[in-house]
Design a protein around this ligand. Structure first.
Ligand SMILES: [Zn+2]
Length: 93
């Protein structure tokens, strides 16, 4: 059985996510990490965008630009379907 003492005050809400860490000696302790930000969504249809990452800013700043959003017009802002429709509509006008 794993028993824990009362967590620190800042860890008592669900603001931080719990991580069970196995230590040498077969001990399990509870660590607290920041939660990841929510998914990037399409500005038009609100669907989660493909090709975008869901990481903390401290991780994102060390990654290459091509990992974070698709390198096409409106990449990381509109989904591919909405981009296609927008470009068609702009061309017809
Ligand atoms: Zn869309």
């Amino acid at each position: 059985m794993v028993t824990f003492k009362q967590p620190r005050k800042r860890a008592r809400s669900r603001k931080l996510r719990k991580i069970y860490v196995k230590l040498p000696g077969n001990k399990v302790t509870l660590h607290y990490r920041k939660r990841k930000p929510s998914h990037v969504k399409c500005a038009n249809c609100k669907k989660p965008l493909k090709g975008t990452l869901r990481e903390l800013p401290s991780v994102m700043k060390n990654l290459p630009k091509t990992y974070k959003k698709p390198s096409r017009p409106y990449g990381g802002y509109l989904c591919s379907n909405c981009t296609r429709e927008l470009i068609k509509a702009k061309f017809r006008r």
